[in-house]
Design a protein around this ligand. Structure first.
Ligand SMILES: Cc1cc2nc3c(=O)[nH]c(=O)nc-3n(C[C@H](O)[C@H](O)[C@H](O)COP(=O)(O)OP(=O)(O)OC[C@H]3O[C@@H](n4cnc5c(N)ncnc54)[C@H](O)[C@@H]3O)c2cc1C
Length: 238
């Protein structure tokens, strides 16, 4: 019964390649017939079975973790996974090998580009994985502001629109509640009218940046799209 349920809910693919793209970031490429004809919008994510789950809904779906689609085309589905420690997702990306089967749910999510006078992106290491495809999806002349914070310059992903990206470095400080990222956004010389903001990554930092935009810059709340990816002590945030 478990097998039939899985077949209806999940796509089955194989790992084609696992490559380091920065010291703690790996690109995992998945491929297989189940991906053919799948559509996606930049910014959407998939949920992957990274380990078995013994009870409840987990018994059917296993332990799921969420990763943004970096690219999806005829060659396969690319994800970029940040190695932050010993959670099941990070462990999966560290140990998975080409040829292994992976089950996943179709691309989903509404954290995607909206029409706007200009676009503001802010986040940390994991946010790079969604900002890359979102930046690539924007028209070349769309005004863009990007503020990213990573631990060291070695953790940059190769992002489109490089000229628009401002980086800050934590140099060992934790990513949670990062005042320096909030300050980097505060320091931006933005147009007087609000644009659309896309905030992704650690939950409390995102809240702080949202508060800055809404309270200090008087942006309408609806102009700030947030996608908390993780929070200290929380597992499998989605
Ligand atoms: C919509 C969405 C899209 C996402 N896209 C990506 C993506 O493309 N690439 C990616 O790497 N992650 C992405 N994430 C984040 C990823 O799903 C989480 O980091 C997930 O918790 C990792 O699972 P885990 O099993 O490794 O850790 P968990 O078991 O979930 O957590 C274990 C511990 O690790 C901590 N932790 C989790 N993530 C981080 C982190 N990044 N830095 C520091 N500590 C952390 C948690 O606070 C917890 O204490 C996304 C999340 C969402 C909701």
């Amino acid at each position: 019964m478990k097998h039939r349920l899985l077949e209806r809910l999940l796509l089955s693919v194989r790992v084609q390649a696992v490559e380091p793209v920065a010291p703690r970031l790996r690109r995992v490429t998945l491929a297989g017939p189940d991906l053919s004809g799948l559509s996606w919008v930049a910014g959407q994510h998939v949920r992957l079975q990274v380990a078995d789950g013994p009870t409840g809904l987990d018994w059917v779906l296993g332990t799921l973790r969420t990763y943004t689609v970096w690219n999806l085309d005829a060659q396969g589905l690319d994800l970029v996974v940040f190695d932050h420690g010993d959670g099941p997702g990070a462990r999966w990306a560290r140990t998975v090998r080409p040829g292994e089967e992976v089950m996943l749910l179709k691309p989903q999510g509404t954290f995607t580009i909206r029409p706007a006078a200009y676009h503001l992106f802010a986040g940390e290491e994991t946010a790079q994985a969604s900002f890359g495809p979102m930046l690539a999806a924007l028209p070349e002349d769309a005004p863009v502001f990007v503020r990213l914070e990573v631990d060291t310059p070695a953790e940059h992903l190769d992002l489109p629109r490089r000229a628009d990206v401002g980086w800050s470095y934590r140099q060992g400080r934790p990513a949670a509640s990062s005042e320096t990222l909030v300050q980097a956004v505060r320091d931006l010389d933005l147009p007087a009218e609000p644009g659309i903001a896309y905030l992704a990554g650690e939950a409390r930092t995102i809240q702080m940046i949202r508060r800055h935009l809404v309270e200090e810059r008087s942006w309408p709340r609806r102009n700030v799209l947030t996608k908390p990816y993780w929070a200290p002590g929380r597992k499998g945030l989605d």
